[in-house]
Design a protein around this ligand. Sequence first.
Ligand SMILES: Nc1ncnc2c1ncn2[C@@H]1O[C@H](COP(=O)(O)OP(=O)(O)OP(=O)(O)O)[C@@H](O)[C@H]1O
Ligand SMILES: [Mg+2]
Length: 224
Amino acid sequence: MGYLFSLKNISLHYMLKQEKINILNNISLKIKKNERVSIIGESGSGKTSLLMIMAGLQRASGGLMTFENYNFTKISEEQIIEIRKSKIGMIFQDFYLLPNYSALENVMFPLEINKLINPKKKAIAILEELGLGKKINNLPSELSGGEQQRVAIARSISFNPEIILADEPTGNLDAKNSSIVIKILFDYSKRYQKSLVLVTHDENLAKKSDKIIKIKDGEIEDND
Ligand SMILES: Nc1ncnc2c1ncn2[C@@H]1O[C@H](COP(=O)(O)OP(=O)(O)OP(=O)(O)O)[C@@H](O)[C@H]1O
Ligand SMILES: [Mg+2]
């Protein structure tokens, strides 16, 4: 069975005034198609850094990472952008919605750049499914935190990506909105047999996934 993601000895360091600061060391992991994986670890352990590397938004300092048959550590920035826009859905802790675009326009954006047909119709259908049918013309500033996160999720799943990378998608939400958001993500993953990587502080939430990866000080502590 082929792996969607394969990371081997991935490292990340920054140079700060001649001093090398290690953020990630020897990270090796594999993610299968239709697999749901949680990443847990203390604040500062490197979870977001790892997700940024997987999304191709940050280059690793060393190691090998493949996504499908693409060697992400070798290919050009342009190729990574092409792959990401059609295959990788990203959800950030702080939503990152386009502030001057309505909920509808935010969700239409990836559909349009992927030149998919009927972007408006598709975007409305997803927003309705996520309970935002009445809010499609609202700007992000006119939405609650939970609503904004649902728009961000709608945007990340609208183009049917192979994997969703979600960085603490419930970090800013109350219990009710958290469970709505988690249900949407797991439902999408299971319904379309797509992979999900969920960064979370919540161990109970992590237990819903097929595999939990624990990171400590930039290294994998536990991988079961
Ligand atoms: N541009 C940078 N330059 C130097 N150090 C950085 C940079 N970006 C992140 N770091 C450091 O990398 C480490 C890991 O950060 P990261 O954001 O990956 O942690 P995290 O596990 O996501 O934490 P949290 O749970 O708080 O979101 C931190 O110690 C942080 O200070
Ligand atoms: Mg983080």
